[in-house]
Ligand binder design. Structure first.
Ligand code: GDP
Length: 217
């Protein structure tokens, strides 16, 4: 299940513009700063592959990376600017406001369209920061995916981080347990979940194995 080849293919603004070769794909999504690019780089064992999708203008796009010439990893725009501290928020609001009109109006709307209409999407990998307490916006996102019957895997990030008072004073394992209990309110069953760290590479092989199993279904 290892990655031997990874290449950036394209950035798309609409679902219709995504690659049409029918290869199966997995989408990574999560709050801004959750550790999405770090995880992407750790999965493909490269330091800078995800840099392509961090370029200005590309962060609001659907970014396709072809793996081993047989499936795609898809980097989706981050959500949850509102959670950031006010100064950052003001700065980002400024960049957001200066984004082209078509991007501004499509923000969020097109990712929902992608989730519902992308027929080759095997599963959404929803990234949750395990170093902080559960966030409302993450629970809302998970519940939206659940309600729309989009297959999902929960990826808990930053599991190497020690507990900090300012982050609620809980260990990553405790935050993960809390999140799962909260999510039980929305689902009959808890979605599959994997604990990861891009620092120690914890969970990397587990994710790749899980993806291989889902592809062979
Ligand atoms: P993105 O905005 O979701 O793409 O997040 P990044 O990958 O840029 O990471 C955001 C911040 O979290 C950076 O400062 C990273 O160094 C840090 N980070 C990401 N993954 C981990 C992790 O597994 N462990 C720790 N301790 N920090 C991480």
């Amino acid at each position: 299940a290892q990655v031997v080849q990874a290449e950036f293919v394209k950035s798309s603004v609409r679902t219709e513009d995504c690659p049409s070769d029918g290869l199966p794909e997995f989408a990574l999504v999560g709050r801004s700063n959750v550790g999405k690019s770090s995880l992407l780089n750790s999965l493909v064992r490269r330091k800078r592959l995800a840099l392509t999708s961090k370029k200005p203008g590309k962060t609001q796009c659907i970014n396709h990376f072809r793996i081993n010439d047989s499936w795609y990893l898809v980097d989706l725009p981050g959500y949850g600017w509102i959670d950031m501290d006010p100064l950052w928020h003001r700065f980002l609001w400024f960049s957001y406001a200066s984004a082209p009109q078509e991007l501004r109006t499509d923000w969020g709307k097109f990712t929902k369209d992608y989730f519902i209409n992308r027929s080759t999407l095997v599963s959404v990998f929803l990234l949750i920061d395990a170093s902080i307490p559960a966030k409302k916006i993450d629970l809302e996102y998970a519940s939206w995916l659940g309600q729309n019957q989009v297959p999902m895997t929960l990826i808990f990030t930053k599991c190497d981080k020690r507990k900090k008072k300012k982050n609620g004073g809980k260990r990553p394992e405790e935050n993960v347990k809390d999140f799962q209990e909260l999510i039980c309110g929305f689902f009959q069953t808890v979605p599959p979940w994997i604990m990861t760290s891009s620092v120690t590479n914890q969970g990397r092989d587990e994710i790749l194995l899980h993806m291989a199993q889902l592809r062979n279904y």
